[in-house]
Design a protein around this ligand. Structure first.
Ligand SMILES: Cc1ncc(COP(=O)(O)O)c(C=O)c1O
Length: 463
C-alpha cells in the first residue's frame, strides 16, 4: 500500500470516528436540505483532478449538515436499522477487499461468506434448511425475487415457460394480497408484468392484518387459475403479522398456488421464543423476504430472500439455462438475485450473526420490542395522546388531540427540536406519528429522553 492510500484511509477513519462519537448527541434530523448541500458540493467539473485528501476533507465538510443520524439511538423514522460496530468494521474490510460477489470464480471468499451467512439466516428465521437464498439490496427486491420464483413455478406447472416466452398468451395468474401490502410488494408485481392494480386486495382488520374470511371469499372461484398469495409479517405502521397459518391453509387447498411472505422486519420475531407464535405457519410458505439492514443492524444494504423450491428460484434468476451448472460444484450468488456484479454483502452479515449469536439476536429484537412498549406507555399516559395500535413488535402509532393538524404539528416540532426523529403516516384515514424502534444502540434512557421530547412538543403546541 502506498503512503497516500494509508493516509486517506486514516483520514476517512478519523472523520467516521468523529461522526460516530457525535451520534448520541447530534441533532438527529438533517439541518440542511439537499439543495443547500448540493450548492456546497457543486463546482464546475474540474479539468485537472484535485488532491484526494483535499477532496475527502471537502466532501465530509460539505455534506455534514445534510447527514441524518439514522444510525443513532434516537432515530425512530421509517423502519431503519443502525450499524453494529462489527458490521461497520467488516464493511470497511469489504470495501478494502473490493470483491465482486457475483460468482464463485470472482471471489471464493465472498461466495463462502454468503453461503454460511445464508445458512445461518435460514436457521435463525425458522425457515427450511433446504431452501435456496440470495442477498439482494433489500426486502423490496427480495420481494421481486420471491415473486419471480412464484411466477416461474405457477406457470411451469401449466406447461408455460415464462422466462422464454414472457407473459404473452400465458395463463393468467390470480394475485391476492392484503390491503396493507407494502408498496414494494406492488412494485415487484409491476416489474414482473403481473400488474400493480390487477390484484385482489383483501380487506384487513384494525391492525392491518388480512381478514381470514375475506381471504377465503377472495380465493373462492379461483381454483381454475394459478394463484399467488402474498402475506405480510410486520405491517410497516403497526408491526402486525398476517394470520400466516390461515393463509397457508388457503394456499394448501388450491391445486396450483404459491405463498410469499414479505417479512422485511417482522420475520425477525422468529428469533424470540415468546414472539414466535405470531409467525405460526410461516414455514409453510414458498418464499420469504426480509432485511438484515433493518432489525439486524448490519448497515446498508443487505436484504435476504429464501425460496423453498431451489429450481424455481434459479430458473427465475439464473442468467443462463436453469438448474444446471451449479450442480457441478459451487453455489453462484448471482443466480439468486436480480443483480450481477455486486458488493460482497455476506461478509458483514457473517460478522454480525457470529458476533451476536442466536442469543444476541434474540436480545436485540426483544429489547427493541420492550423499548417500543415503554414508549407507548409513556406517551399514552398523557391525556390527549392516544396509541392507535397494539404494540406487538417494534412499531408504535401515536395520535395527538385526536386531530390531524395537531398531530402533524407535534411531528414537525419534534423533528425541528432534534432530540429524536419520528415520521408521520396516515393510518386508516387519520394522521399519526409513526415510531419504529429498530436500532441496536437505543437504551431505556434514549426512550425516556425521546418520550420527553414528544410530550414537550405536544404540551408546547397545545398552549
Ligand atoms: C413490509 C416491508 N416490506 C418491504 C420493505 C422494503 O424494504 P427495503 O426498503 O429494505 O427494500 C419494507 C420497508 O420498510 C417493509 O416494511
Amino acid at each position: 500500500m502506498d503512503q497516500d492510500t494509508g493516509a486517506l484511509l486514516d483520514q476517512a477513519a478519523g472523520v467516521a470516528r468523529a461522526y460516530l462519537r457525535s451520534l448520541p448527541t447530534r441533532h438527529v434530523g438533517a439541518v440542511a436540505d439537499g439543495a443547500s448541500v448540493a450548492d456546497r458540493l457543486r463546482t464546475a467539473l474540474p479539468e485537472a483532478g484535485e488532491q484526494p485528501n483535499a477532496v475527502l476533507g471537502r466532501l465530509a465538510e460539505s455534506v455534514e449538515r445534510g447527514l441524518v443520524a439514522s444510525a443513532g439511538p434516537r432515530y425512530f423514522g421509517f423502519v431503519i436499522g443502525g450499524v453494529l460496530p462489527v458490521a461497520l468494521a467488516a464493511d470497511w474490510l469489504t470495501a478494502g477487499w473490493a470483491q465482486n460477489a457475483a460468482m464463485h470464480a470472482l471471489s471464493p471468499a465472498a461466495a463462502a461468506a454468503e453461503q454460511v451467512a445464508g445458512e445461518w439466516m435460514l436457521d435463525l428465521l425458522g425457515l427450511p434448511g433446504s431452501a435456496s437464498f440470495g442477498l439482494p439490496t433489500g426486502a423490496g427486491l427480495a420481494n421481486a425475487v420471491g415473486l419471480a420464483a412464484a411466477r416461474h413455478a405457477l406457470l411451469a406447472r401449466t406447461g408455460w415457460d415464462v422466462e422464454s416466452r414472457g407473459l404473452y398468451g400465458a395463463p393468467e395468474i390470480a394475485v391476492v394480497v392484503g390491503d396493507e401490502a407494502h408498496a414494494t410488494l406492488l412494485t415487484a408485481l409491476q416489474y414482473l408484468g403481473l400488474g400493480r392494480e390487477r390484484v385482489t386486495r383483501v380487506p384487513t382488520d384494525g391492525q392491518g392484518r388480512i381478514r381470514r374470511e375475506e381471504l377465503h371469499a377472495a380465493v373462492r372461484g379461483l381454483a381454475g387459475r394459478p394463484l399467488l398469495v402474498a402475506a405480510q409479517a410486520g405491517n410497516v405502521n403497526t408491526g402486525a403479522i398476517d394470520p400466516l397459518d390461515a393463509v397457508a391453509d388457503v394456499v394448501a387447498g388450491h391445486p396450483n398456488a404459491w405463498m410469499h411472505v414479505d417479512g422485511a422486519f417482522g420475520l425477525w420475531a422468529a428469533a424470540v421464543p415468546h414472539l414466535r407464535p405470531l409467525l405460526e405457519g410461516v414455514e409453510r410458505a414458498d418464499s420469504w423476504s426480509t432485511d438484515a439492514h433493518k432489525w439486524l443492524n448490519v448497515g446498508y444494504d443487505c436484504g435476504f430472500v429464501a425460496v423453498r423450491d431451489r429450481d424455481a428460484h434459479r430458473a427465475a434468476m439464473a442468467v443462463s439455462a436453469p438448474y444446471l451448472r451449479e450442480g457441478m460444484g459451487n453455489r453462484e450468488s448471482w443466480e439468486y438475485v436480480l443483480d450481477s456484479s455486486r458488493r460482497a454483502r455476506g461478509f458483514a452479515l457473517y460478522a454480525v450473526l457470529r458476533s451476536l449469536g442466536r442469543a444476541g439476536v434474540r436480545d436485540l429484537v426483544e429489547r427493541c420490542c420492550l423499548h417500543a412498549q415503554r414508549m407507548a406507555k409513556r406517551l399514552s399516559a398523557e391525556p390527549g395522546v392516544a396509541v392507535l395500535n397494539d404494540v406487538v413488535l417494534n412499531q408504535v402509532l401515536v395520535r395527538f388531540g385526536d386531530d390531524d393538524e395537531r398531530t402533524r404539528q407535534v411531528i414537525d416540532r419534534v423533528q425541528a427540536d432534534g432530540v429524536a426523529w419520528m415520521g408521520g403516516t396516515s393510518w386508516h384515514g387519520v394522521t399519526a406519528m409513526r415510531i419504529s424502534v429498530s436500532n441496536w444502540s437505543t437504551t431505556t434512557e434514549d426512550i425516556d429522553q425521546s418520550a420527553d421530547a414528544v410530550l414537550r412538543a405536544f404540551r408546547a403546541q397545545r398552549r
